[in-house]
Design a protein around this ligand. Structure first.
Ligand SMILES: C[S@@+](CC[C@H](N)C(=O)[O-])C[C@H]1O[C@@H](n2cnc3c(N)ncnc32)[C@H](O)[C@@H]1O
Length: 276
């Protein structure tokens, strides 16, 4: 890990992480570190709130996004293999940027046996991740100032998140990767049909900044699965974990209760970008 203030390596010393310039960050009893100095906080409580994070955990526990996790593992595995062979057998490091409550971070870490860091700006998300998942390291930090040293993040994953291409290109070396997962046009379509009068569809964004910062799109993998007869308790959690919950409020929840059991399509696209 690297100091978020000056990028020098962080070492573990007496329950804290300390860099060579003396910047010190405490490790909480749940095992995570807060690497978000106040000047990097965009607001008082940035990122997803506790109810969004808890809802996300319930949805993952029900297995609705397992199809995305296993496709992601298949995409990331060969990228890490490449880096292992280049680094004479040393396991490469994976950073999950905007990791939320850590479901994908944990899946990648355990299934690929790689050194994994989950980063999120939300304190409730990282607290839940660190309490539940022991294998990866979790830290509160900003994607714009990922706490890793230059060249150490062989792969950065960003699921349904906020990529910051410029700082990432300054952290990675040529041949390293960013893997993004974005919603496809049918993502949660049935839920959106219930909570909105008209459903607006968007193609998953192709970020112009990636190319400007020297990343080349090398692979695109679509993932799609329709789950049959999902109960309203779960569709309500789905709504809560997304911005649709904030937009539609109580009316959205009530509409889902009234609709009863509905099908739910998970539609995502995984894109692989290589620097250089
Ligand atoms: C839609 S959620 C996705 C979470 C997780 N990747 C998943 O798919 O379950 C987006 C996450 O990005 C986090 N986030 C937002 N802005 C961020 C930033 N600048 N740096 C790090 N995380 C951020 C939020 O707190 C939230 O957990």
């Amino acid at each position: 890990m690297g100091c978020p203030l000056d990028g020098t390596p962080l070492a573990l010393a007496a329950g804290s992480l300390i860099c060579s310039d003396g910047h010190s960050f405490d490790i909480a009893k749940q095992g995570y570190a807060n690497l978000l100095p106040v000047q990097f906080k965009p607001s008082r409580d940035p990122g997803d709130n506790k109810s969004m994070v808890d809802a996300r955990r319930a949805v993952f526990a029900a297995g609705l996004f397992d199809v995305v996790a296993s496709a992601l593992v298949s995409v990331v595995a060969p990228l890490l293999e490449q880096h292992t062979s280049q680094r004479a057998g040393r396991r490469p490091c994976l950073v999950d940027a905007g990791c939320g409550e850590g479901y994908y971070t944990q899946t990648l870490c355990t299934q690929l046996s790689t050194s994994t860091l989950g980063v999120d700006i939300s304190k409730p998300a990282i607290q839940l991740a660190a309490r539940h998942y022991r294998a990866p390291c979790f830290v509160i930090a900003n994607n714009k100032t990922l706490p890793v040293t230059y060249g150490s993040a062989s792969v950065i994953t960003s699921l349904f998140g906020f990529e910051t291409w410029e700082p990432w290109s300054a952290l990675q070396t040529p041949g390293q990767y960013v893997v993004c997962v974005d919603a496809g046009i049918d993502h949660l379509r049935e839920m959106r049909q219930v909570v909105y009068p008209t459903v607006v569809t968007h193609e998953p964004p192709l970020p112009p900044l990636a190319a400007q910062q020297g990343y080349r799109l090398t692979d695109t993998v679509p993932v799609k699965k329709t789950h049959r007869s999902v109960p309203p308790t779960l569709t309500d959690q789905l709504l809560t974990m997304t911005p649709h919950g904030v937009k539609t409020g109580r009316a959205g929840s009530q509409a889902l209760q009234d609709a009863g059991t509905i099908d739910i399509t998970v539609d995502a696209v995984i894109r692989v970008y290589r620097l250089g």
